[in-house]
Design a protein around this ligand. Structure first.
Ligand code: 5GP
Length: 202
């Protein structure tokens, strides 16, 4: 399970999109949210957009692996797709906040790799949020306030990447994923491979 968190506007979603495009072994956990859909978003692809009532129904029926209130809206990870991916040994990417990351670590008994993405400065973060122009001014102010709170949780993550340059930040995230996949304890086939090596007649 690969968790990417960052304050809004730090480039996390672009990095996540690039990762998913280039890495067929990785699938995205599509979250449920009560936030209104942005013009560029597709229901079922970027999020499952639900009403407050539907959200409460999902939460109360234990269909959510974690949930949190972020910027005044509810967000959550549906349980079923994650459990299916884990059972099949597929890697899954989570674009969730620190509250969600903490709950996943507590609940899932599988290993999680977490990466926190930082903006190069708060000034640049504000400029990126304005450039994106997908949220109203009040929503941007709220996201900036919340960014400070989110950043305070950086120590809970395994890796920290500063997004000075999108290509560089993306390359760093790819390097982390590649290295984590090479860990001995994540390679069940290695035992047989090495036995074969040692048994090889020369
Ligand atoms: P946005 O509204 O910009 O798409 O997302 C706002 C924040 O909510 C982002 O930091 C994003 O990572 C977080 N978020 C998105 N989906 C989930 C989720 O399922 N659970 C939690 N805890 N946070 C989420």
């Amino acid at each position: 399970m690969l968790v990417l968190s960052s304050p809004s506007g730090a480039g996390k979603s672009t990095i996540a999109r690039n990762l998913l495009e280039k890495d067929p072994a990785l699938s995205l956990s599509v979250s449920v949210t009560t936030r209104p859909r942005r013009g560029s978003e597709i229901d079922g692809v970027h999020y499952h957009f639900v009403t407050q009532r539907e959200f409460e129904r999902l939460r109360d029926s234990d269909a959510l692996l974690e949930w949190a209130e972020v910027h005044g809206n509810y967000y959550a990870t549906p349980r079923e797709p994650v459990e299916a991916a884990m059972a099949e040994g597929r890697d899954m990417l989570f674009d969730i906040d620190w509250q969600g990351a903490l709950q996943l670590k507590d609940k899932m008994r599988v290993d999680i790799v977490s990466i926190f993405i930082l903006p190069p400065s708060m000034t640049e973060l504000k400029a990126r949020l304005k450039r994106r122009a997908e949220d109203a001014d009040a929503a941007i102010e709220k996201r900036l306030q919340n960014a400070r709170e989110e950043i305070e949780h950086w120590k809970e993550y395994d890796f920290v990447v500063v997004n000075h340059d999108l290509n560089q930040a993306y390359a760093e995230v790819r390097a982390i994923v590649a290295a984590e996949r090479l860990r001995r304890d994540r390679r069940p086939g290695l035992f047989d491979f090495i036995s074969g090596l040692l048994d090889e007649k020369l």
